[in-house]
Write a protein that binds this ligand. Structure first.
Ligand SMILES: *[C@@H]1O[C@H](CO)[C@@H](O)[C@H](O)[C@H]1NC(C)=O
Ligand SMILES: *[C@@H]1O[C@H](CO)[C@@H](O)[C@H](O)[C@H]1NC(C)=O
Ligand SMILES: *[C@@H]1O[C@H](CO)[C@@H](O)[C@H](O)[C@H]1NC(C)=O
Ligand SMILES: *[C@@H]1O[C@H](CO)[C@@H](O)[C@H](O)[C@H]1NC(C)=O
Length: 479
């Protein structure tokens, strides 16, 4: 189904290796001052209490484990050559696809169509890997928890057992009744890997994770129906849509998927203009699906959030008509900003050209990468406190990955350069990173752009859910 050619993917890998030198620690300044600057910015505006958000989709149980240890315990050896698959049907596939993303440091999520194989991996993890742990997972629950902690009122689209529902923030309302405790919940196997982890001849250039699942209900977007009914009454200020990667590489008749997306599109179209819509990207590998999202979902977004891979993926589809499987894991600020500007402009041009019935305009874009945060907002579009949002997102990146509210500078470093160009165009302005005011903001016509360095956590606790926490942290102060 995915039409990405292997040749394209390996070219991308070569480019990736060529960019490795940018990994060097190039900021020589005082990290403590940078932290103080970020904390000051974060504290400037508090979340406006009583804001309401409705969040969809995807809820599951995450079984988090060390990927390499799981493969070893399952007797799965490193493959001779990595390879990409859309669906994982056995240990050989898993070895090859895991190696593929592991050696490029990229995050990925794939469906296994063999429940016996999948359940055996889950059983090995729970019985033999004593450091593994369970957590409520899925994009929507993570985003919901974050916003609930920030003081928002949250409506969450998820099908949960009453037991699971008890473990989420008590103020979160579910749009669908909980089932019974016997109901089967979807399990996602989170195979984490660290910076410079080794598996056979493979080595990971950064911490990340590969996710394997055997998930039917999220793939079918089963929680949409209850959500569509509840969201109108809830009268949210903001609707966040994420987790749609569960429908990527759809295992059943693609017409069913198109129909589900159309229904989602209808819901978004029916929301009042006063409700803002944020769409959180994910790593999509099925080009046809991303094209459908461009038709049924993205035209209704006022705001989008994405990491560096998702940025490269969307950019490549809009610009060249095809998607990119893995991209530079540490792109330079100038390159990301150029892509961000172009995406904002291409999506608007496209929407006008194809005359969608949407009267919304994409007025906000959040790019979260390993090294920095960049948030674009358009003037007079209702998004406020962009500088604070950027600082908050940056701090969240560290807090989430290190799993600690206090930022510990002993296990942290800046990997962003000491200065950056605002564009790759020759003669572009250079912005110097200053310790006292680490968040740099400027205007380009009606557009405000803010960039903040991340204080990158080097004692990685978990990477899964980082993007969701970061995006939600940014949004929490913008309305
Ligand atoms: C899973 O998919 C593969 C490839 O499409 C196929 O060969 C295999 O038989 C499938 N396995 C199951 C259990 O359906
Ligand atoms: C897990 O098991 C290993 C080997 O049996 C042991 O060394 C380690 O201390 C255990 N870790 C935990 C967290 O129980
Ligand atoms: C990120 O979100 C999850 C909620 O799913 C939460 O448990 C975790 O603590 C969050 N991270 C931080 C740093 O708050
Ligand atoms: C608008 O759409 C037409 C037909 O689909 C296409 O040929 C043209 O290049 C598009 N123009 C822009 C500005 O995207």
């Amino acid at each position: 189904m995915a039409s990405v050619s292997k040749a394209v993917a390996s070219t991308v890998l070569l480019i990736l290796l060529a960019t490795l030198p940018y990994m060097k620690v190039s900021f020589k300044g005082d990290l403590q001052k940078v932290l103080t600057g970020l904390l000051y910015q974060e504290g400037r505006y508090l979340v406006d209490n009583g804001r309401r958000v409705a969040v969809g989709f995807g809820s599951c149980w995450d079984l988090v484990t060390d990927g390499v240890k799981l493969l070893e315990a399952s007797g799965i050896s490193p493959p001779v050559t990595p390879e990409h698959y859309d669906v994982v049907s056995n240990g050989d596939d898993l070895a090859k696809i895991f190696a593929y993303f592991f050696e490029s440091g990229a995050a990925a999520e794939r469906f296994s169509n063999d429940s016996t194989f999948f359940n055996a991996l889950v059983s090995t993890t729970t019985h033999r890997l004593n450091e593994s742990h369970w957590a409520v997972g899925g994009n929507a629950p993570v985003i919901s928890q974050r916003l609930a902690m920030e003081g928002w009122e949250v409506l969450l689209a998820a099908l949960m057992r009453p037991k699971t529902a008890k473990s989420i923030h008590p103020s979160i309302k579910l749009s669908t009744d909980t089932g019974t405790n016997n109901m089967k919940e979807d399990v996602h196997l989170i195979m984490e890997f660290g910076y410079e982890s080794v598996w056979g001849k493979y080595k990971s250039p950064r911490a990340n994770r590969f996710i394997l699942h055997n998930d039917y209900s999220n793939m079918m977007l089963e929680s949409l129906n209850g959500f569509a009914r509840a969201v109108i009454d809830f009268k949210p200020d903001l609707v966040i849509i994420g987790g749609l990667q569960m429908m990527d590489n759809f295992y059943y008749d693609p017409k069913i998927r198109t129909e589900r997306l159309r229904e989602l599109g209808k819901l978004l179209e029916s929301l009042p203009r006063s409700t803002k819509i944020h769409f959180e990207m994910a790593s999509f590998t099925d080009e046809g699906f991303l094209k459908e999202l461009l038709e049924y979902v993205i035209p209704y977004a006022d705001s989008m959030g994405m990491n560096e891979q998702e940025l490269a993926n969307l950019y490549s589809l809009l610009k060249a008509g095809s998607i990119k499987l893995v991209a530079d894991f540490n792109p330079r600020v100038a390159a990301s900003l150029d892509e961000g500007r172009e995406i904002l402009s291409m999506l608007e041009t496209r929407k006008r050209n194809l005359s969608f019935s949407s009267y919304r305009q994409l007025t906000r874009l959040h790019i979260h990468t390993l090294a920095y945060q960049a948030i674009f907002t358009l003037k007079d579009s209702g998004w406020v406190h962009t500088r604070t949002a950027t600082a908050k997102a940056s701090l969240m990146a560290n807090r989430h990955v290190c799993s600690s509210h206090e930022v510990n500078l002993e296990s942290a470093k800046l990997i962003m350069d000491e200065s950056f160009s605002v564009s790759t165009q020759p003669g572009s302005t250079r912005v110097l990173l200053t310790e006292e005011e680490p968040v740099s903001c400027w205007f380009e016509g009606p557009m405000k752009i803010c960039v903040a360095p991340n204080i990158v956590c080097t004692a990685v606790y978990k990477t899964a859910g980082a993007g969701d926490n970061i995006s939600a942290a940014g949004l929490s102060v913008q309305l």
